[in-house]
Structures are given as C-alpha cells and as structure tokens.
Design a protein around this ligand. Structure first.
Ligand SMILES: [Ca+2]
Ligand SMILES: [Ca+2]
Length: 342
C-alpha cells in the first residue's frame, strides 16, 4: 500500500509540476456570471435497472489540442448499448456487498509477497485521500495521503461513514471492485469507446459534453474545481467535494455526471495514445503502459473529477483520459456499468 501511495503521489506531483513549468493554452473557463447548483434539484437514481439505451452510430473518438494521450482522433462505429444513468452510488454498492459478502481491495490485508522490499508493518489496508495543502502542514506539492482504514464504507478514514451519503458515488473502488459489481448484475464495465460515445451525448467533436463553452447559459454542467488547485476552491458550482449523483444537468443522452464528480473506470488498458500498445523502446505491454509509472498495470479512467481545475487536470472533457493503477482506488474515482444487447 505504501508503494501505491508513492506511485500515486509521484503521478500527481509530476502532473502539476508539468503544468506550472510547461503548460500553455487559452483559458477554458470564461468569466461570465454563473449560478450555484442546488441539491434540491438533484435527480435520484431508482436502482440497478436505471439505465439508458444509447443507439449505435459513428463518432470521432479522441481529440487534439489538449493532452497528447487523447490523440490521434479517429472515426469509430459503435453498436447500441445500455449504460447506467448515474454513477454507481453508495446505496447500490452496499446492496451488492450485502448480497455477496464482497470485500473490496482497500479493505483487504495486503500480501507482503506482492510488495517485495517493503516492510510488512508498513502494509495496511487503506486508500488514498485528497487533503488540501492548507490542511496538511502547508506542503504545496502533497495533497494525496494514504490513510489506513479508508475504504468505501469509511471514505475519509476510520470513524467516518457513508451515512447521509447514500446518493453519493461510491469511491475507493479499485478496478477489480468495479468489475465485480458489474458482473454481479450481469453487466460489464464500458469500453473506452462506449464511455466516450455516451459522454458526448450526440455532440460529435465538441470540446465538452454539452458544447464548446464551459458554461452553458451561465450554469455549470459538471462538478469540477473552481479556483487555483489545490489551494483555493471557490465552490461556485455548489460542491467542494463529490456531489450526490444527478445534481448537474443530463447530457444529450440523458446521462448525468459523465463529466466530473468522480472519474470512472473503463475496460481498457492505458497506453499513452490511442492505438499505442508498444512503448518507445519497442517493448509491448500486455497490462497497459504509463511512462510515469512503468511496470505498473494501468487501466483508463475517464471524465475527470471534482478535483479537475482549469490550472490543473483539464480533463473534464469526453476525449480526456488518464492512467490509473488497477489495484488502487481513491476519493475521486468511481464507475458506472453497461449492458450489451445479448
Ligand atoms: Ca465542485
Ligand atoms: Ca463522472
């Protein structure tokens, strides 16, 4: 688990340093007036069968002009499929656990054999939590913390709970956890192509899931971070952390929170570009390849989260993608499922 923390931290630190020293580009967020979202208008999930049929078609997957891993864009044909209207909530995941007795990765005792070189006493069940630098001794580059005992039931650590957060997306789920839930229902996790097609809501080639402007009629369309990440969040969208599912408008297919709130696991090994399964040195990688953490199995996560800001991680777009270690969840990663027509 210690290794997980080091890896996760190194990714984030590298990303933010990359931004401060190398990132250029025009601002996405404009300064027009905006309206704070209210929980009173949130749509509610009606359960495991609350899915939307997405008609098949042809669309452009990927994009240029943002991050290199989103390229090259290309036209892809997609068959129709069912997809969850909302991110999987704590209530829905609880029903799965109660029915099956499933124990999530973050709740399991790590096997020392899986972590050679790390002292056994350092290996504890737990997960990664976001802590603002002002709350963590002011260390500006350290905002992820491995917390022993943190998991989907106790999302901010021992003693916390999901009481009152029934309609929030489940978090601290590793890829295996998400897949187990999906399989329990006879569903699967979306492929990257399915996920991106669904997220676009019929708006092929648009920058965002709702068009080419970040605000639509002055309103936020997704739960992201406003202000300078990680030190200042003005919460103009109404939520400083995750939001209950369905609090932001649905996209063109009737799907909520495809963008923002929590990242979502998809069934795709991560490579640093569409169609790239071989690294620069000619090695093939059967379990994905992220140059920032070579040798670590990595899947793709999509959609960005409540921690994505204009100055950092501008990945609140359908084409955006990121690598995530398969065995590691965090406070900003969840998922939804699909059902393919048999
Ligand atoms: Ca927010
Ligand atoms: Ca999401």
């Amino acid at each position: 688990m210690y290794k997980f923390f080091v890896i996760a931290f190194s990714i984030i630190a590298a990303a933010v340093l990359g931004y401060f020293f190398a990132m250029t580009g025009k601002p996405i967020v404009n300064d027009t007036a905006h309206t704070r979202q209210s929980q009173s208008t949130c749509a509610k999930s009606t359960g495991h069968a609350d899915m939307v049929w997405v008609e098949g078609g042809v669309f452009t997957r990927g994009a240029t002009g943002f991050y290199p891993e989103e390229a090259p864009p290309g036209e892809i044909e997609v068959d129709g499929f069912w997809i969850d209207r909302f991110e999987v909530t704590n209530t829905r995941f609880s029903e799965f656990v109660e029915a099956t007795g499933y124990v999530s990765i973050a709740e399991r005792e790590p096997n020392p054999e899986d972590f050679p070189g790390i002292e056994a006493e350092l290996l504890e069940p737990g997960s990664i939590i976001f802590i603002r630098p002002s709350e963590s001794a002011g260390r500006l580059t350290q905002w992820w913390q491995f917390v022993p005992g943190a998991n989907w039931r106790e999302p901010t650590g021992p003693g916390s709970s999901i009481k009152g957060r029934e309609h929030y997306p489940v978090v601290h789920v590793a890829y295996e956890d998400a897949l187990a839930y999906a399989n329990w229902l006879g569903h699967t996790l979306p492929t990257e192509t399915q996920w991106e097609y669904a997220a676009r809501g019929g708006l092929d080639k648009a920058v965002f899931a709702w068009g080419n402007e970040f605000l639509l009629e002055g309103k936020y369309q997704a739960n992201t971070w406003q202000g300078i990440f990680p030190v200042m969040n003005s919460n103009e969208d109404g939520f400083s952390g995750t939001a209950p599912v369905g609090c932001f408008p649905a996209n063109g297919y009737g799907l909520h929170d495809m963008i923002g709130n929590v990242w979502e696991w998809v069934d795709a090994w991560y490579y640093p570009g569409h169609g790239q399964q071989v690294s620069a040195n000619g090695n093939s990688h059967a379990q994905g390849h992220d140059p920032r953490q070579p040798g670590v199995p990595v899947k793709v996560i999509k959609g960005g989260s409540y921690l994505c800001a204009e100055n950092y991680c501008r990945r609140y777009r359908p084409a955006a993608r990121h690598a995530q270690e398969t065995m590691l969840g965090a406070t900003h990663i969840g998922f939804r499922t699909v059902k393919n027509r048999g």
